[in-house]
Design a protein around this ligand. Structure first.
Ligand code: ATP
Length: 454
Protein backbone atom coordinates (compact mmCIF):
# COMPACT_ATOMS: atom_id res chain seq x y z
CA UNK A 1 0.00 0.00 0.00
CA UNK A 2 1.80 3.08 -1.14
CA UNK A 3 -0.65 5.68 0.05
CA UNK A 4 -3.38 5.75 2.60
CA UNK A 5 -6.75 5.51 0.85
CA UNK A 6 -8.96 8.53 1.05
CA UNK A 7 -11.37 7.64 3.83
CA UNK A 8 -14.13 10.05 2.88
CA UNK A 9 -17.51 8.50 3.59
CA UNK A 10 -19.95 8.35 0.72
CA UNK A 11 -23.01 10.46 1.28
CA UNK A 12 -26.14 8.55 2.34
CA UNK A 13 -28.25 7.63 -0.65
CA UNK A 14 -31.87 6.69 -1.06
CA UNK A 15 -31.06 2.99 -0.99
CA UNK A 16 -28.65 3.28 1.95
CA UNK A 17 -30.16 5.54 4.59
CA UNK A 18 -27.77 4.16 7.14
CA UNK A 19 -24.43 5.18 5.67
CA UNK A 20 -22.58 5.08 8.89
CA UNK A 21 -20.51 7.14 11.25
CA UNK A 22 -16.94 6.08 11.73
CA UNK A 23 -16.16 2.80 13.46
CA UNK A 24 -13.05 1.39 11.83
CA UNK A 25 -11.81 2.39 8.41
CA UNK A 26 -14.84 0.66 6.97
CA UNK A 27 -16.83 3.04 9.12
CA UNK A 28 -19.69 0.86 10.29
CA UNK A 29 -18.57 -1.34 13.14
CA UNK A 30 -20.20 0.70 15.88
CA UNK A 31 -23.26 1.61 13.89
CA UNK A 32 -24.30 -2.02 13.42
CA UNK A 33 -23.52 -3.07 16.95
CA UNK A 34 -24.72 -6.56 17.68
CA UNK A 35 -26.26 -7.22 14.27
CA UNK A 36 -24.82 -10.55 13.19
CA UNK A 37 -24.78 -11.40 9.49
CA UNK A 38 -22.84 -14.66 9.59
CA UNK A 39 -22.04 -16.92 12.54
CA UNK A 40 -19.27 -19.43 11.88
CA UNK A 41 -18.83 -22.22 14.43
CA UNK A 42 -16.17 -24.94 14.49
CA UNK A 43 -15.76 -24.80 10.72
CA UNK A 44 -13.53 -27.44 9.15
CA UNK A 45 -12.56 -27.90 5.53
CA UNK A 46 -10.34 -30.93 4.96
CA UNK A 47 -9.25 -31.98 1.47
CA UNK A 48 -8.69 -35.75 1.31
CA UNK A 49 -5.41 -36.91 -0.19
CA UNK A 50 -5.99 -39.75 -2.60
CA UNK A 51 -3.32 -42.02 -4.04
CA UNK A 52 -0.36 -40.30 -5.65
CA UNK A 53 3.29 -41.07 -5.21
CA UNK A 54 3.03 -41.22 -1.42
CA UNK A 55 0.00 -43.20 -0.30
CA UNK A 56 -1.27 -41.57 2.85
CA UNK A 57 -4.38 -43.58 3.55
CA UNK A 58 -7.12 -41.39 4.97
CA UNK A 59 -4.81 -38.36 5.30
CA UNK A 60 -6.21 -34.96 4.48
CA UNK A 61 -5.03 -31.38 4.09
CA UNK A 62 -6.59 -29.57 7.03
CA UNK A 63 -7.01 -26.29 5.19
CA UNK A 64 -9.49 -24.93 7.75
CA UNK A 65 -9.46 -26.72 11.05
CA UNK A 66 -11.98 -25.53 13.61
CA UNK A 67 -12.65 -21.85 12.98
CA UNK A 68 -15.29 -19.81 14.82
CA UNK A 69 -16.13 -16.12 14.47
CA UNK A 70 -19.01 -13.74 13.98
CA UNK A 71 -19.32 -11.42 11.01
CA UNK A 72 -21.30 -8.29 11.75
CA UNK A 73 -23.43 -6.64 9.14
CA UNK A 74 -21.62 -3.75 7.49
CA UNK A 75 -18.15 -4.56 8.72
CA UNK A 76 -14.95 -5.36 6.85
CA UNK A 77 -13.25 -8.41 8.34
CA UNK A 78 -9.71 -9.13 7.17
CA UNK A 79 -8.35 -12.68 6.98
CA UNK A 80 -4.58 -12.30 7.16
CA UNK A 81 -1.79 -14.87 7.20
CA UNK A 82 1.02 -16.37 5.16
CA UNK A 83 0.45 -18.54 2.13
CA UNK A 84 -1.20 -21.82 3.07
CA UNK A 85 -2.88 -20.54 6.24
CA UNK A 86 -6.35 -21.31 4.85
CA UNK A 87 -7.61 -17.79 4.10
CA UNK A 88 -8.86 -18.50 0.60
CA UNK A 89 -10.44 -21.80 1.57
CA UNK A 90 -12.27 -20.13 4.47
CA UNK A 91 -13.44 -17.27 2.23
CA UNK A 92 -14.69 -19.66 -0.45
CA UNK A 93 -16.42 -21.88 2.08
CA UNK A 94 -18.28 -18.89 3.52
CA UNK A 95 -19.88 -18.49 0.11
CA UNK A 96 -20.56 -22.18 -0.41
CA UNK A 97 -17.83 -22.49 -3.08
CA UNK A 98 -16.03 -25.13 -0.99
CA UNK A 99 -17.91 -27.72 1.00
CA UNK A 100 -17.39 -27.77 4.76
CA UNK A 101 -16.16 -31.00 6.35
CA UNK A 102 -17.62 -30.00 9.71
CA UNK A 103 -19.03 -27.10 11.69
CA UNK A 104 -21.64 -24.57 10.63
CA UNK A 105 -22.06 -21.24 8.81
CA UNK A 106 -25.30 -19.60 9.92
CA UNK A 107 -26.49 -16.98 7.44
CA UNK A 108 -30.01 -15.59 7.57
CA UNK A 109 -31.24 -18.46 9.66
CA UNK A 110 -29.76 -21.21 7.45
CA UNK A 111 -26.62 -23.28 7.70
CA UNK A 112 -24.73 -22.82 4.43
CA UNK A 113 -22.45 -25.71 5.39
CA UNK A 114 -25.28 -28.21 4.99
CA UNK A 115 -27.19 -26.79 2.00
CA UNK A 116 -27.22 -28.64 -1.31
CA UNK A 117 -25.97 -26.87 -4.42
CA UNK A 118 -29.57 -26.45 -5.64
CA UNK A 119 -30.47 -24.72 -2.35
CA UNK A 120 -27.39 -22.51 -2.50
CA UNK A 121 -27.97 -21.35 -6.09
CA UNK A 122 -30.72 -18.81 -5.37
CA UNK A 123 -28.66 -17.43 -2.49
CA UNK A 124 -25.60 -16.77 -4.66
CA UNK A 125 -27.09 -13.41 -5.73
CA UNK A 126 -26.47 -12.23 -2.15
CA UNK A 127 -23.03 -13.86 -1.78
CA UNK A 128 -20.33 -12.79 -4.19
CA UNK A 129 -16.61 -13.38 -4.59
CA UNK A 130 -13.98 -11.04 -6.05
CA UNK A 131 -10.84 -12.87 -7.15
CA UNK A 132 -7.23 -11.80 -7.23
CA UNK A 133 -6.77 -11.72 -10.98
CA UNK A 134 -9.35 -9.49 -12.68
CA UNK A 135 -8.14 -10.59 -16.10
CA UNK A 136 -8.79 -14.27 -15.40
CA UNK A 137 -12.17 -13.35 -13.87
CA UNK A 138 -13.47 -11.94 -17.15
CA UNK A 139 -14.18 -14.00 -20.25
CA UNK A 140 -11.91 -12.50 -22.94
CA UNK A 141 -14.52 -13.14 -25.65
CA UNK A 142 -17.34 -11.38 -23.81
CA UNK A 143 -17.81 -7.61 -24.02
CA UNK A 144 -18.07 -5.70 -20.75
CA UNK A 145 -21.83 -5.08 -21.01
CA UNK A 146 -22.52 -8.80 -21.47
CA UNK A 147 -20.14 -9.83 -18.67
CA UNK A 148 -21.41 -7.29 -16.15
CA UNK A 149 -25.05 -7.96 -17.05
CA UNK A 150 -24.70 -11.74 -16.86
CA UNK A 151 -25.92 -12.08 -13.22
CA UNK A 152 -29.12 -10.22 -14.17
CA UNK A 153 -29.85 -12.95 -16.70
CA UNK A 154 -28.85 -15.83 -14.41
CA UNK A 155 -31.07 -14.62 -11.58
CA UNK A 156 -33.83 -13.41 -13.94
CA UNK A 157 -33.76 -9.87 -12.54
CA UNK A 158 -34.62 -8.06 -15.79
CA UNK A 159 -37.25 -8.63 -18.43
CA UNK A 160 -35.59 -7.28 -21.56
CA UNK A 161 -32.30 -6.28 -23.12
CA UNK A 162 -32.95 -2.54 -22.76
CA UNK A 163 -33.49 -2.82 -19.04
CA UNK A 164 -30.37 -4.92 -18.74
CA UNK A 165 -28.25 -2.38 -20.64
CA UNK A 166 -29.65 0.43 -18.52
CA UNK A 167 -28.79 -1.39 -15.28
CA UNK A 168 -25.33 -2.27 -16.58
CA UNK A 169 -24.72 1.38 -17.51
CA UNK A 170 -25.83 2.55 -14.05
CA UNK A 171 -23.56 0.02 -12.38
CA UNK A 172 -20.55 0.86 -14.54
CA UNK A 173 -20.99 4.52 -13.61
CA UNK A 174 -21.21 3.53 -9.98
CA UNK A 175 -17.83 1.75 -10.07
CA UNK A 176 -16.18 4.68 -11.84
CA UNK A 177 -16.22 3.34 -15.43
CA UNK A 178 -17.65 6.55 -16.73
CA UNK A 179 -19.10 7.45 -19.15
CA UNK A 180 -20.47 3.91 -19.24
CA UNK A 181 -21.13 4.03 -23.00
CA UNK A 182 -17.38 4.17 -23.51
CA UNK A 183 -16.89 0.81 -21.78
CA UNK A 184 -20.02 -1.21 -22.62
CA UNK A 185 -18.78 -2.58 -25.93
CA UNK A 186 -15.14 -2.96 -24.96
CA UNK A 187 -13.44 -6.28 -24.26
CA UNK A 188 -11.35 -7.09 -21.17
CA UNK A 189 -8.13 -6.76 -23.17
CA UNK A 190 -9.03 -3.11 -23.91
CA UNK A 191 -9.07 -2.27 -20.18
CA UNK A 192 -6.27 -1.58 -17.70
CA UNK A 193 -5.92 -3.79 -14.60
CA UNK A 194 -7.72 -1.27 -12.40
CA UNK A 195 -10.54 -0.86 -14.93
CA UNK A 196 -10.91 -4.64 -15.16
CA UNK A 197 -11.21 -4.94 -11.38
CA UNK A 198 -13.86 -2.17 -11.48
CA UNK A 199 -15.76 -4.19 -14.10
CA UNK A 200 -15.46 -7.31 -11.92
CA UNK A 201 -16.82 -5.29 -9.01
CA UNK A 202 -19.70 -4.05 -11.18
CA UNK A 203 -20.58 -7.67 -12.03
CA UNK A 204 -20.39 -8.58 -8.32
CA UNK A 205 -22.75 -5.82 -7.17
CA UNK A 206 -25.23 -5.71 -10.04
CA UNK A 207 -27.54 -8.37 -8.60
CA UNK A 208 -27.69 -6.76 -5.16
CA UNK A 209 -25.33 -8.77 -2.94
CA UNK A 210 -25.08 -8.52 0.80
CA UNK A 211 -21.73 -10.24 1.50
CA UNK A 212 -18.62 -10.04 -0.63
CA UNK A 213 -15.47 -12.06 -0.14
CA UNK A 214 -12.60 -10.22 -1.81
CA UNK A 215 -9.56 -12.49 -2.24
CA UNK A 216 -6.40 -10.39 -2.65
CA UNK A 217 -8.36 -8.02 -4.94
CA UNK A 218 -5.56 -5.48 -5.33
CA UNK A 219 -2.41 -7.59 -5.22
CA UNK A 220 -2.12 -7.91 -9.01
CA UNK A 221 -2.82 -4.24 -9.68
CA UNK A 222 -0.33 -1.41 -10.14
CA UNK A 223 0.63 0.26 -6.87
CA UNK A 224 -0.80 3.51 -8.21
CA UNK A 225 -4.38 2.20 -8.41
CA UNK A 226 -4.51 -0.05 -5.33
CA UNK A 227 -5.63 2.65 -2.91
CA UNK A 228 -8.25 3.90 -5.37
CA UNK A 229 -9.76 0.43 -5.74
CA UNK A 230 -9.92 -0.07 -1.97
CA UNK A 231 -11.55 3.36 -1.67
CA UNK A 232 -14.10 2.31 -4.29
CA UNK A 233 -14.84 -0.83 -2.26
CA UNK A 234 -15.41 1.29 0.85
CA UNK A 235 -17.64 3.77 -0.99
CA UNK A 236 -19.73 0.93 -2.43
CA UNK A 237 -19.94 -0.69 0.98
CA UNK A 238 -21.42 2.45 2.46
CA UNK A 239 -23.69 3.14 -0.55
CA UNK A 240 -25.02 -0.40 -0.83
CA UNK A 241 -24.82 -1.60 2.78
CA UNK A 242 -22.35 -4.36 1.97
CA UNK A 243 -20.32 -6.55 4.29
CA UNK A 244 -16.82 -7.64 3.25
CA UNK A 245 -14.43 -10.42 4.07
CA UNK A 246 -11.03 -9.27 2.81
CA UNK A 247 -8.46 -12.04 2.21
CA UNK A 248 -4.88 -10.82 2.14
CA UNK A 249 -1.33 -11.52 3.25
CA UNK A 250 -0.73 -7.77 3.30
CA UNK A 251 -1.30 -6.33 6.77
CA UNK A 252 -0.59 -2.82 5.54
CA UNK A 253 -3.62 -2.80 3.23
CA UNK A 254 -5.72 -4.55 5.90
CA UNK A 255 -4.87 -1.72 8.29
CA UNK A 256 -6.49 0.79 5.98
CA UNK A 257 -9.40 -1.33 4.85
CA UNK A 258 -10.61 -3.50 7.73
CA UNK A 259 -12.66 -2.90 10.86
CA UNK A 260 -11.45 -6.17 12.36
CA UNK A 261 -8.68 -8.57 11.48
CA UNK A 262 -8.46 -12.34 11.99
CA UNK A 263 -4.87 -13.62 11.91
CA UNK A 264 -4.84 -17.15 10.48
CA UNK A 265 -2.17 -19.81 10.87
CA UNK A 266 -2.40 -23.33 9.48
CA UNK A 267 -6.19 -23.46 9.26
CA UNK A 268 -6.97 -21.68 12.50
CA UNK A 269 -7.56 -18.17 13.76
CA UNK A 270 -4.82 -17.39 16.29
CA UNK A 271 -5.89 -13.83 17.02
CA UNK A 272 -8.92 -11.73 16.13
CA UNK A 273 -9.78 -8.19 17.12
CA UNK A 274 -10.33 -4.66 15.91
CA UNK A 275 -7.72 -3.39 13.48
CA UNK A 276 -6.70 -0.73 16.00
CA UNK A 277 -6.13 -3.35 18.74
CA UNK A 278 -4.25 -5.75 16.47
CA UNK A 279 -1.84 -3.01 15.42
CA UNK A 280 -1.51 -1.20 18.74
CA UNK A 281 -1.26 -4.27 20.94
CA UNK A 282 -0.62 -7.53 19.05
CA UNK A 283 -0.67 -10.41 21.52
CA UNK A 284 0.02 -13.63 19.60
CA UNK A 285 3.71 -14.15 18.70
CA UNK A 286 2.64 -14.88 15.11
CA UNK A 287 0.76 -11.57 14.86
CA UNK A 288 3.84 -9.82 16.24
CA UNK A 289 6.01 -11.57 13.66
CA UNK A 290 3.69 -10.57 10.80
CA UNK A 291 3.61 -6.96 11.98
CA UNK A 292 7.40 -6.99 12.28
CA UNK A 293 7.62 -8.19 8.68
CA UNK A 294 5.65 -5.30 7.15
CA UNK A 295 8.10 -3.56 4.82
CA UNK A 296 8.96 -0.04 5.89
CA UNK A 297 9.62 2.05 2.76
CA UNK A 298 11.73 4.42 4.86
CA UNK A 299 14.01 1.64 6.07
CA UNK A 300 14.91 -0.11 2.82
CA UNK A 301 17.49 -2.84 3.38
CA UNK A 302 16.73 -3.28 7.09
CA UNK A 303 16.12 -7.01 7.70
CA UNK A 304 12.52 -7.80 8.59
CA UNK A 305 11.61 -9.79 11.65
CA UNK A 306 10.22 -12.85 9.85
CA UNK A 307 9.40 -16.01 11.84
CA UNK A 308 12.01 -18.70 11.20
CA UNK A 309 11.23 -21.59 8.87
CA UNK A 310 8.14 -22.07 6.76
CA UNK A 311 4.46 -22.80 7.29
CA UNK A 312 4.38 -26.57 8.08
CA UNK A 313 2.45 -29.20 6.16
CA UNK A 314 -1.28 -28.93 6.84
CA UNK A 315 -1.59 -32.72 6.43
CA UNK A 316 0.21 -33.37 9.72
CA UNK A 317 0.24 -30.07 11.63
CA UNK A 318 2.60 -29.67 14.61
CA UNK A 319 1.32 -30.94 17.93
CA UNK A 320 -0.23 -28.39 20.31
CA UNK A 321 0.10 -24.86 19.03
CA UNK A 322 0.83 -25.20 15.31
CA UNK A 323 3.09 -22.13 15.44
CA UNK A 324 5.36 -23.52 18.17
CA UNK A 325 8.22 -24.75 15.89
CA UNK A 326 8.66 -21.18 14.61
CA UNK A 327 7.81 -19.33 17.79
CA UNK A 328 10.64 -17.43 19.52
CA UNK A 329 8.89 -17.47 22.90
CA UNK A 330 7.31 -20.95 22.96
CA UNK A 331 7.06 -22.62 26.38
CA UNK A 332 7.22 -26.23 27.60
CA UNK A 333 3.56 -27.05 26.97
CA UNK A 334 3.42 -25.74 23.37
CA UNK A 335 3.71 -29.23 21.84
CA UNK A 336 7.37 -30.24 21.40
CA UNK A 337 7.92 -33.59 19.70
CA UNK A 338 10.65 -35.69 18.02
CA UNK A 339 10.41 -33.90 14.67
CA UNK A 340 11.24 -30.65 16.47
CA UNK A 341 14.50 -32.28 17.59
CA UNK A 342 15.18 -33.17 13.94
CA UNK A 343 14.58 -29.53 12.96
CA UNK A 344 16.79 -28.28 15.81
CA UNK A 345 19.66 -30.54 14.69
CA UNK A 346 19.27 -29.22 11.12
CA UNK A 347 19.53 -25.64 12.42
CA UNK A 348 22.57 -26.62 14.51
CA UNK A 349 24.29 -28.26 11.52
CA UNK A 350 23.67 -25.19 9.37
CA UNK A 351 25.81 -23.27 11.85
CA UNK A 352 28.28 -26.06 12.71
CA UNK A 353 29.11 -26.87 9.09
CA UNK A 354 29.16 -29.81 6.73
CA UNK A 355 31.82 -31.86 8.57
CA UNK A 356 29.82 -31.72 11.81
CA UNK A 357 26.66 -32.65 9.92
CA UNK A 358 28.27 -35.72 8.34
CA UNK A 359 29.89 -36.92 11.58
CA UNK A 360 27.00 -36.21 13.93
CA UNK A 361 24.11 -37.32 11.74
CA UNK A 362 25.94 -40.68 11.29
CA UNK A 363 25.50 -41.30 15.04
CA UNK A 364 21.74 -41.82 14.59
CA UNK A 365 20.96 -45.40 13.54
CA UNK A 366 17.45 -44.57 12.30
CA UNK A 367 17.27 -40.96 11.15
CA UNK A 368 13.53 -41.38 10.52
CA UNK A 369 13.07 -41.47 14.31
CA UNK A 370 13.89 -37.75 14.26
CA UNK A 371 10.87 -37.08 12.05
CA UNK A 372 8.24 -38.67 14.23
CA UNK A 373 5.18 -36.66 15.28
CA UNK A 374 3.26 -37.00 18.48
CA UNK A 375 4.51 -39.28 21.27
CA UNK A 376 5.54 -37.76 24.62
CA UNK A 377 8.39 -40.27 25.03
CA UNK A 378 10.69 -41.52 22.31
CA UNK A 379 13.58 -43.97 22.03
CA UNK A 380 16.32 -43.15 19.54
CA UNK A 381 18.47 -45.97 18.14
CA UNK A 382 22.21 -45.25 18.00
CA UNK A 383 24.13 -46.19 14.87
CA UNK A 384 26.17 -49.45 14.84
CA UNK A 385 29.54 -48.00 15.87
CA UNK A 386 27.94 -45.60 18.36
CA UNK A 387 26.68 -46.00 21.91
CA UNK A 388 23.56 -44.39 23.37
CA UNK A 389 25.81 -42.56 25.86
CA UNK A 390 27.67 -40.93 22.95
CA UNK A 391 24.39 -39.74 21.42
CA UNK A 392 23.23 -38.35 24.78
CA UNK A 393 26.58 -36.58 25.05
CA UNK A 394 26.16 -35.16 21.55
CA UNK A 395 22.70 -33.86 22.46
CA UNK A 396 24.12 -32.29 25.63
CA UNK A 397 26.75 -30.45 23.57
CA UNK A 398 24.17 -29.34 21.02
CA UNK A 399 22.01 -28.12 23.88
CA UNK A 400 24.86 -26.00 25.24
CA UNK A 401 25.31 -24.39 21.83
CA UNK A 402 21.58 -23.81 21.30
CA UNK A 403 20.61 -23.07 24.89
CA UNK A 404 18.34 -20.17 23.88
CA UNK A 405 16.27 -22.32 21.55
CA UNK A 406 12.73 -22.72 23.00
CA UNK A 407 12.82 -26.40 22.00
CA UNK A 408 14.78 -27.29 25.14
CA UNK A 409 11.98 -25.95 27.36
CA UNK A 410 9.90 -28.89 26.19
CA UNK A 411 12.48 -31.63 26.96
CA UNK A 412 12.03 -33.04 30.46
CA UNK A 413 14.42 -36.04 30.24
CA UNK A 414 17.25 -37.19 27.99
CA UNK A 415 19.15 -40.29 29.14
CA UNK A 416 20.33 -43.80 28.23
CA UNK A 417 17.72 -46.54 28.63
CA UNK A 418 18.23 -50.12 27.52
CA UNK A 419 20.88 -49.24 24.95
CA UNK A 420 18.77 -46.46 23.42
CA UNK A 421 18.37 -42.74 23.96
CA UNK A 422 15.23 -41.99 25.92
CA UNK A 423 13.78 -38.51 25.51
CA UNK A 424 10.62 -37.30 27.26
CA UNK A 425 8.71 -34.19 26.28
CA UNK A 426 6.53 -32.01 28.49
CA UNK A 427 2.77 -32.52 28.36
CA UNK A 428 1.36 -30.68 25.35
CA UNK A 429 -1.82 -28.69 25.11
CA UNK A 430 -3.54 -27.01 22.24
CA UNK A 431 -4.28 -23.36 23.04
CA UNK A 432 -7.85 -22.47 22.19
CA UNK A 433 -9.03 -19.07 21.01
CA UNK A 434 -10.29 -17.20 24.03
CA UNK A 435 -11.32 -13.67 24.78
CA UNK A 436 -8.67 -11.45 26.31
CA UNK A 437 -10.43 -9.67 29.14
CA UNK A 438 -8.80 -6.29 29.22
CA UNK A 439 -9.49 -4.63 25.90
CA UNK A 440 -10.94 -1.20 25.32
CA UNK A 441 -13.64 -2.28 22.89
CA UNK A 442 -16.09 -4.56 24.66
CA UNK A 443 -18.26 -4.85 21.52
CA UNK A 444 -15.38 -6.39 19.58
CA UNK A 445 -13.02 -7.95 22.12
CA UNK A 446 -9.69 -9.43 21.12
CA UNK A 447 -9.44 -13.21 21.21
CA UNK A 448 -6.09 -14.99 21.19
CA UNK A 449 -4.98 -18.64 21.04
CA UNK A 450 -1.67 -18.70 22.91
CA UNK A 451 -0.49 -20.22 26.21
CA UNK A 452 1.34 -17.00 26.98
CA UNK A 453 -1.83 -14.90 26.80
CA UNK A 454 -4.11 -15.52 29.73
N1 ATP B 1 -8.76 -27.97 -3.62
C1 ATP B 1 -7.76 -28.27 -2.80
N2 ATP B 1 -7.32 -29.55 -2.70
C2 ATP B 1 -6.32 -29.88 -1.84
N3 ATP B 1 -5.68 -28.99 -1.06
C3 ATP B 1 -6.07 -27.70 -1.12
C4 ATP B 1 -7.12 -27.27 -2.00
N4 ATP B 1 -7.29 -25.94 -1.83
C5 ATP B 1 -6.38 -25.54 -0.91
N5 ATP B 1 -5.66 -26.61 -0.49
C6 ATP B 1 -4.59 -26.59 0.54
O1 ATP B 1 -5.15 -26.04 1.71
C7 ATP B 1 -4.21 -25.24 2.39
C8 ATP B 1 -4.75 -23.84 2.55
O2 ATP B 1 -4.80 -23.24 1.26
P1 ATP B 1 -5.42 -21.80 1.01
O3 ATP B 1 -5.27 -21.48 -0.45
O4 ATP B 1 -6.77 -21.73 1.59
O5 ATP B 1 -4.43 -20.89 1.87
P2 ATP B 1 -4.17 -19.34 1.73
O6 ATP B 1 -3.86 -18.85 3.09
O7 ATP B 1 -5.30 -18.68 1.04
O8 ATP B 1 -2.88 -19.32 0.83
P3 ATP B 1 -2.54 -18.35 -0.40
O9 ATP B 1 -2.29 -17.00 0.21
O10 ATP B 1 -1.32 -18.97 -0.99
O11 ATP B 1 -3.73 -18.39 -1.31
C9 ATP B 1 -2.93 -25.31 1.58
O12 ATP B 1 -2.12 -26.33 2.15
C10 ATP B 1 -3.41 -25.70 0.20
O13 ATP B 1 -2.42 -26.41 -0.50
Amino acid sequence: MPTKPDMRKAAPTADSPAAAPSGGPGGTLDSNRGETLVEVTGLKVHFPLRGGLFQRGAAAVKAVDGVSFTLRKGEVLGLVGESGSGKTTLGRTLLGLNRATGGSIRYRGRDLATLKESQLRPMRRRLQMIFQDPHASLNPTMDIATAVGHPLLVHRLVTDREERRRKVAETLERVGLSPAELFMDKYPSDLSGGQKQRAVMARAIIAGPELLVADEPISMLDMSVRAKILQLFLDLKNDLDLTYVYVTHDLASAKFFCDRIAIMYLGRIVEIGTTAEIFANPRHPYTKALLGAIPDPEKAGVPRNLPRGEVPDAVLPPLGCAFHPRCPVAVASCGWEARDLGALLERHWLVAGEDARVAESAMFGRPEELGVAGPRQILLTPAKQTTAAQVVDLLRRVREKTADDPFWRGVTECEVRGGKVYIAFAEASDPRLRVVAATANTEAPVSVACHLVE
